[in-house]
Write a protein that binds this ligand. Sequence first.
Ligand SMILES: C[S@@+](CC[C@H](N)C(=O)[O-])C[C@H]1O[C@@H](n2cnc3c(N)ncnc32)[C@H](O)[C@@H]1O
Length: 274
Amino acid sequence: MPLATPDIAYLKTLIAEKSGNVISTNQDYLLESRLSPVAKTAGLPNVERLVAELRRRPTGALHDQVAEAMTINETSFFRDMQPFDALRTVILPELIKKRSGAKSLSIWSGASSSGQEAYSIAMTIRDSFNELAAWNVRIQATDLSDEMVKRTTDGTYSQFEVNRGLPAPLLIKHFERHGTQWQARAELRRMIDARRMNLASAWPTLASFDVVFLRNVLIYFDQPSKERILTRVHKVLRPDGYLFLGGGETLITLNVPFVREPVGKTVCFRPVTV
Ligand SMILES: C[S@@+](CC[C@H](N)C(=O)[O-])C[C@H]1O[C@@H](n2cnc3c(N)ncnc32)[C@H](O)[C@@H]1O
């Protein structure tokens, strides 16, 4: 039996409150398919009973699991490639000159999913910038989902996942094989600090970043949430820093303090003074 309209409305409100993600009407079918496993794990026969249980309890872990189950974790190594080329050919050479005094660089992969983006950044740094070995280089990866954070820290990927975007020479150089899985070598894993962070709720104290990757996540939020998140990104991005959004994402309709700027063969967003 399909979910009743009040149950659908309840779930959408819960998801919006917990993660800021907006589920549109044409995605209603996903509620049933994504939440059935959550119901089963909680020992409940179906999503209808899951909703009854959620309504009965004060908000807690089960509510978080529902919100996390509705996120899209699609990602891949060197996704869209050009931002990583721009990092290698333009941004890092420039920042290395500018930060040569402090010898410190900080990059944030926000909404990092299972970590392929953070590892792509780490490989770009290790393979092209020997001089940074003596610097304090920090790659902060954050995601809403505890499971994604754990996967990022662990740095272990299936053959299917490494086949998506990771060139064979980089796989051999930076990963070691454990049976059917590939784990990033310790020196790469040490460069990445992964932690849970909900972009839609109160943020923890974050250090300033030189580069922020916030790709393919704003699409899940409504306009006021996008503006709130980007205004906060502006506060943690250094005035001469760089912001990357996903290939199809734009700021055109948003009132946020960033300007679009070509970099290499792609575009990024630069903070403007407010
Ligand atoms: C489509 S993936 C994008 C991954 C990566 N940035 C990329 O472009 O390949 C979207 C990620 O956003 C995360 N996400 C969704 N809502 C979030 C929120 N409120 N706070 C933090 N992360 C969120 C999801 O858990 C998911 O891993």
